[in-house]
Design a protein around this ligand. Structure first.
Ligand SMILES: *Cc1c(COP(=O)(O)O)cnc(C)c1O
Length: 397
């Protein structure tokens, strides 16, 4: 191995260790279930995005197996051989679900954001992005070369100031992009205000419903449907990898946007279509999610309980109003120590550190699932409070 490279890699990795920022992959069993296995131990899983508990649902698994009988792989990009009829049916079903003219299935949420933003935006355009938006949005914007305005988290005055600035510079095409539910804070975008600003400044609006799909909206359509702004959104993006319990992502909107993407979106054009099993699984989960009202209300009741149990004891839950419930800790070392103590108590919840969150806002991020046992959540909350006191994250009251 090249000495230069080896030395440089080792130095950088050592830097991560020293800063408490080193990450490693760990093997767990049943990582999407309420209890997972880690090093031979059964642990309460407060880390999965499988909010409705659908990832091991027999109907989705059966749908995947049945679809896999057609073939294991899809063989080519959709633009090369054409796609399976089932993909067409699925996209029609997604468009109906999202009340849009058309929809596209994409390989993953990351690829959807990367491809859509980099193909929609050019260097003479401006994009306005919440500072806490997902990394895949940031990467798509960077790849596009568009003028990148990052507004302070949910700060509508700041967003308007930046929109006005772009107008003054004569920038013609403007796009506002936001997560609807923020993945590390569990709070919600100010969608009504964003829609007002989008109309006032004649911008387009793209939303990322990754953590809201399945969880919010009368049939799990997402947060835009929940708060009644869906029809004002130009590009709806969401994933099937979280509450839907399977894999892949979608883009939905007016036909003209979708047509444009088919012609320009490189992460659609230059990648092999999803395998039949995944398409089958998505079909199964799309049906289940729309019927999951009981699961949704269980999920919200448990999330509300867990959040207030932490709040009344003095934890800062970062404005969460969703099943994503962080507790703010601050420095990386304490966050890691907290996570380690949780593991000793058979609770799996990891420390989220920079660069995933801004520096000095390291936190433990808990996620609730509809099929969590209420008594287990109550015991976990007690343990979390006692660790919080021990580490001085909260007062002794
Ligand atoms: C998880 C996530 C993605 C990426 O989706 P994948 O399907 O996992 O690639 C994109 N945006 C947000 C907000 C996410 O939380």
């Amino acid at each position: 191995m090249s000495r230069v490279w080896e030395q440089s890699l080792q130095e950088e990795l050592e830097g991560f260790h020293k800063a408490g920022l080193h990450r490693k992959l760990t093997a767990v069993g049943q990582g999407a279930s309420p209890y997972l296995n880690w090093q031979g131990q059964r642990m309460l899983n407060l880390s999965s995005n499988n909010y409705l508990g659908l990832a091991d649902h027999p109907m989705i698994i059966e749908a995947q197996i049945a679809a896999a009988r057609v073939g294991a792989g899809s063989g080519a990009s959709r633009l090369v051989v054409g796609h399976d009829l089932r993909v067409q049916e699925l996209e029609d079903a997604i468009a109906t679900f999202k009340h849009t003219e058309a929809a596209l299935v994409m390989a993953s949420g990351y690829m959807a954001n990367l491809g859509v933003l980099s193909s929609m935006l050019g260097s003479s355009d401006a994009v306005f992005s919440d500072r806490l938006n997902h990394a895949s949005i940031v990467d798509g914007i960077r790849l596009s070369g568009a003028k990148h305005y990052r507004y302070r988290h949910n700060d509508m005055n700041h967003l308007e100031t930046l929109l006005r600035k772009a107008d003054e510079q004569g920038i013609r095409k403007k796009l506002i992009v936001t997560d609807t539910v923020f993945s590390m804070d569990g709070d919600v975008a100010n969608l009504h205000e964003i829609v007002k600003l989008k109309e006032k400044y004649d911008a387009a609006l793209m939303v990322d419903e990754a953590h809201a799909g399945g969880v919010f909206g009368p049939c799990g359509e997402g947060m835009c449907e929940e708060v009644g702004v869906a029809e004002h959104v130009d590009i709806h993006m969401g994933t099937f990898s979280k509450a839907f319990g399977s894999y892949g992502a979608y883009i939905a909107g007016k036909r003209v946007w979708i047509d444009y993407l088919v012609n320009t979106c490189r992460s659609l054009i230059y990648t092999t279509a999803l395998p039949p099993a995944v398409i089958g699984g998505i079909q199964g989960s799309l049906t289940l999610v729309q019927e999951a009202n009981t699961l949704r209300s269980n999920l919200h009741a448990k999330s509300d309980y867990f959040r207030s149990a932490l709040q009344v004891n003095g934890f800062d839950t970062c404005g969460s109003t969703t099943p994503i419930i962080p507790i703010l800790i601050g420095d990386e070392g304490t966050a890691l120590a907290f996570s380690k103590k949780l593991a000793e108590q058979h609770i799996r919840a990891v420390a989220i550190r920079p660069p995933t969150v801004p520096s000095n806002t390291s936190r433990i991020r808990f996620t609730i699932m509809a099929n969590h046992d209420q008594a287990a959540l109550e015991q976990a909350a007690e343990k979390i409070v006692s660790i919080g006191k021990e580490l001085g994250v909260i007062g002794h009251g």
